[in-house]
Ligand binder design. Sequence first.
Ligand code: MG
Length: 183
Amino acid sequence: MTGRRALFLDRDGVVNEDLGYVHRIEDFHFRPGIFELCRAARGLGMALVVVTNQSGICRGMYSEEDFAALTEWMRARFVAEGAPLDRVEHCPDVAPSRRRKPGPGMILDAAAALGLDLAASVMLGDRRTDMAAAEAAGVGIRLLFPHDAAEVVDHGPRTIIFPIGAPLTEAISFLASAADKVS
Ligand SMILES: [Mg+2]
């Protein structure tokens, strides 16, 4: 094993409630259990990385500056909760691209910047595109917390599918078992 393990997190629908193109603090509602989950990951020595498609930027719904301001506020909340984020990757593209999920680019770029061991890392998302991006990047364990049955697609034994509405804290035991496998 080389490099640090990471917990990759989708943003909308995982970190915060997915209200659609969230770009204002007043619309950003942290999901129950997200900080507890992230503190547990840090306790296992994992880096915390958010990877988020933000096509609202290229759609003209909000600006890079709006996204940066919201991200700065979000990161401060994670710090206050004892789970500082190591990195936030976003992709403003609308059209398919290397970085836009399901492309693996945001994950690969974060791994290069932080020196991550992707095979020993975990992705947690709410959509099939999160799982596909992680699979393409070589992330060893994928955790799908769907909000919608349409997102439930069999991605093989390395992708664990939780029931719709399952609390995020159910992911914690899978972080620990993944750590056991590689340590
Ligand atoms: Mg999502």
